[in-house]
Ligand binder design. Structure first.
Ligand code: 5RP
Length: 227
């Protein structure tokens, strides 16, 4: 597998926030996958005891492969730090997540964590934030949520279809994903709360109510986004 050096540099920079005994939330996606591998190697080298909370079945499998002990939120009393990727990052440090369909668990873990670290490459910095916002919905409610989003915000919310399979993709929670195309908005935190109030919505991909430390990876290193 060819590893993207910009994602690698962002993932490497997040290691400075890790320490022995921590409970670490593990995000999902390709950048988070690199981080999981690096964290496993670091913990092994240093003899650290960590407990890791994966945000998807994929990340759980990667963590186990990397030798990281996994746990559920019911087995820990707090989450020290969560590390995750993003699909879009605004200049203020607001995020859109859910390109991989894992937004519901990602949001629970990120918002539970004392510190939330976002790792991404430069391409994720978007002037036209938020753009496509993934919304996890109950399968029963998908058509009605799409109608409500159209009526309330005037934007189309399309059911995400599976690649290599007929029908919609199904999340790890047994739900569907709608992708809603929002244009530039004034208050991402307001939209996050309003979307959450639409009946049938399980979670939405706007992460505006938890300020992350945003690490942007480039070809020759990484920087922390000043917000
Ligand atoms: C999954 C996510 C991912 O973090 C997001 O899609 C970024 O993925 P990648 O690191 O592969 O670009 O939100 O639900």
């Amino acid at each position: 597998m060819v590893v993207d050096s910009t994602k690698m540099n962002a993932a490497k920079a997040a290691l400075q926030f890790m320490g022995d005994g921590m409970v670490v939330g593990l995000g999902s996606g390709s950048t988070a996958a690199i981080f999981i591998g690096l964290l496993g190697a670091l913990a092994k080298r240093k003899g650290w005891t960590l407990r890791c909370i994966p945000t998807s079945e994929d990340s759980r499998a990667l963590a186990v492969k990397a030798g990281l002990p996994v746990a559920g939120l019911d087995e820990v009393s707090n989450v020290d730090v969560a590390v995750d990727g993003a699909d879009a990052i605004s200049g203020e440090g607001y995020l859109v997540k859910g390109g991989g369909g894992c937004l519901a668990r990602e949001k629970v873990v990120a918002y539970a964590a004392k510190k939330f670290i976002c790792i991404a490459d430069e391409s994720k910095l978007k002037a036209d934030f938020p753009g496509i916002v993934p919304i996890e919905v109950l399968p029963f409610a998908h058509a009605q949520v799409a109608r409500d989003v159209k009526r309330r915000w005037g934007v189309a919310a399309r059911l995400r279809m599976g690649s290599g399979k007929c029908g919609p993709i199904v999340t790890d929670n047994g739900n569907y994903i709608l992708d809603a195309g929002f244009r530039k908005i004034g208050r991402p935190d307001g939209l996050e709360c309003e979307l959450q109030c639409v009946p049938g919505v399980v979670a939405n991909g706007i992460f505006a109510r938890k300020k992350p430390v945003v690490i942007i990876g480039g070809k020759s290193g990484a920087r922390i986004l000043k917000v």
